[in-house]
Design a protein around this ligand. Sequence first.
Ligand code: SF4
Length: 243
Amino acid sequence: MSHHMTFSGGLMILLMLLGAFLMFAPSARGKRLCLGLLAASLIAVALLLGFTRSVWLASAARVLFLVCAECAMYCRFCTRKRKVGGQHMGVNDRTIAQGLDYIRRNPGIRDVILSGGDPLLLADEKLDAILAALRAIPHVEIIRIGSRTPVVLPQRITMGLIRVLRKYHPLYLNTHFNHPDEITVTAAKACARLADAGIPLGNQTVLLRGVNDDPAVLTRLMQKLLATRGRTYCVYPATRGHG
Ligand code: SF4
């Protein structure tokens, strides 16, 4: 979340509607070129001010809150791979404080998804502080965490971390298993710890050619997920990425 959050989605929509009205209003005949340019400028300003998708969330009940710039691994299919771990990610204490402030000031927000990067790469104390701050906001009903650590760094799911997480229910966690072989004994133990702490586990899977684009593989993945008390939350196609 960045300072662009301060520009509301409602205002942007208003600017765009005004632009469209100016361009297509019946009284505009004969002045279409000038009005067209004015409308295009308004729309450009609106888009420029809202070039992060944060702005689109200004009137939404659910927000994605980026709290960590790093991941435990760097996935080939990641839609944020140009940013994660790099200088452009721009997540720091200041942006986290701004994000919390934004959520506090918008009572329509009831569902906060912690993401990054991977939120579980934060130190326990830091994560504790963020979760406590979110739980102190009366209108935040649900907190969700998206993390690949149960898959790629299951040792991160320590009892210390569990003690932090279990204080902030209702708290959900979405894992990211793509293939049944990723559900190793250690990963299954990490999921069991989370489930024992009462944290509902969802799983998102990216369809990958040659990896899991096979009904038998996906069936086995879902069966193994259920055995770890995780349910499939979504399956979605990989986005084409270069590099
Ligand atoms: S763990 Fe998630 S955010 Fe990090 S690189 Fe992989 S897909 Fe991207």
